[in-house]
Design a binder for this molecule. Structure first.
Ligand SMILES: *Cc1c(COP(=O)(O)O)cnc(C)c1O
Length: 367
């Protein structure tokens, strides 16, 4: 082979490291020949899908030969009603990861800068580097975003700031006053992407809700997903709300049929499924308490989390604990790739799954 196809790739792409997903259950089954495995690794909803989603999927089957509605009209209509936003502010994505990538492709070119925090979601660096833009990473404070440092990092080259609230993988979050101070400092020609993938789990009624600020700040883009509290991770559907001009641009870059018929139908059906959402929240709240109590009992340090997951610290290399937990049939998430080699991230499961994880943890710690 005379050609180096790695070297042939666009420069930013050559330097990419692929996203590391949680280990699939089937893979561990094959490797260890064990069954009854539990996976608490990918911040998935442990409840299983909403019956409303399943019913909607059934109806779509007969339409499989047709392309989906490329404008996602029904879902946009439902979102518009549910969120109180205008139709022309909505951009749909194949998961909100797609939305994040569309934003990067639409607004970043080589030479442009995008700012995100240390311990930020792994999709930001991938989206920024893939288009050959320059990533500017600001240090975290107590694992969370340092909004002051992020605002101070803005240069004439800055096009986008990516912020997740609550943040994944750390679970950290910030409130209105910090946010308002930050937004006041960011110039209008710098887009702020506020990634609210976990917003539905935040129960404090006084918590920051990005949608309250979209009309005030035309440079604000709020992204959300059906993958977490709505329990549709396997279908891939998310969206963002922005100024209509931004949405106009994003909808030019977007693939015409980026959200498939099943995803559109199920998302439309679950949006007003308050019963499911309440169950998601309650399961998460109870599970979080269960894990925190378990960590305290085991004398383990953890990062307080507003998401559907929690990071636990081991004060030593966490990889052996991850491996030992796998042998107990429990898949959690290493976060060494996020620069946290002494920690593991645990997604909140059902009560019995949390209990099994804690039992396995106790065993692998030798306590
Ligand atoms: C899970 C997650 C998302 C959602 O991704 P989807 O593509 O919608 O499944 C977005 N942002 C963050 C920070 C996440 O953790």
């Amino acid at each position: 082979m005379a050609c180096d196809y790695i070297a042939l790739a666009a420069q930013g792409v050559q330097k990419l490291t692929p996203y590391v997903p949680g280990k699939p259950v089937e893979e561990l089954e094959r490797e260890l020949g064990i069954t009854n495995i539990i996976k608490l690794a990918s911040n998935e909803n442990p409840l299983g899908p909403s019956p409303k989603a399943l019913a909607a999927l059934d109806k779509v089957k007969a339409e499989l030969t047709r392309y989906p509605d490329g404008n996602g009209f029904k879902l946009k209509q439902a979102l518009s009603n549910h969120l109180g936003v205008a139709l022309d502010t909505i951009t749909l994505g194949n998961g909100s990861n797609d939305v994040l990538e569309i934003i990067a492709r639409a607004y970043l070119a080589p030479g442009d800068e995008a700012i995100y925090s240390q311990y930020a979601f792994a999709v930001y660096p991938i989206s920024v580097q893939a288009v050959g833009a320059t990533a500017v990473v600001t240090p975290a404070i107590n694992y969370g975003h340092d909004l002051e440092a992020m605002a101070a990092a803005v240069t004439p080259k800055t096009k986008i700031i990516f912020i997740a609230n609550p943040n994944n993988p750390t679970g950290t979050w910030f409130g209105k006053s910090e946010w308002e101070t930050f937004m006041a400092k960011v110039p209008e020609n710098v887009l702020v992407v506020l990634d609210e993938a976990y917003i539905e789990y935040v129960e404090d009624s006084d918590a920051l809700n990005g949608l309250d600020y979209v009309s005030r700040f035309p440079n604000l883009i709020v992204s959300r997903t059906f993958s977490k509290a709505y329990g549709l991770a396997g279908l891939r559907v998310g969206y963002c709300i922005s100024h209509p001009q931004v949405a106009n641009i994003l909808n030019r870059v977007r693939q015409p049929f980026n959200v498939d018929s099943f995803a559109l139908a199920a998302a439309t059906a679950v949006l007003d499924d308050t019963d499911y959402l309440h169950r998601s929240r309650k399961t998460n709240r109870d599970g979080m308490q269960q894990l925190v109590a378990g960590f305290k009992q085991l004398g383990l340090d953890y990062i307080s989390s507003a998401g559907n997951f929690i990071v636990v610290n081991f004060d030593q290399d966490a990889a052996p604990f991850y491996q030992a937990l796998l042998r107990e049939g429990v898949i959690v998430r290493p976060v060494a790739n996020y620069g946290m080699p002494k920690s593991l991230r645990i997604s909140i499961g059902l009560p019995e799954e949390n209990a099994r994880f804690l039992q396995a943890l106790k065993k692998v710690l030798g306590r």
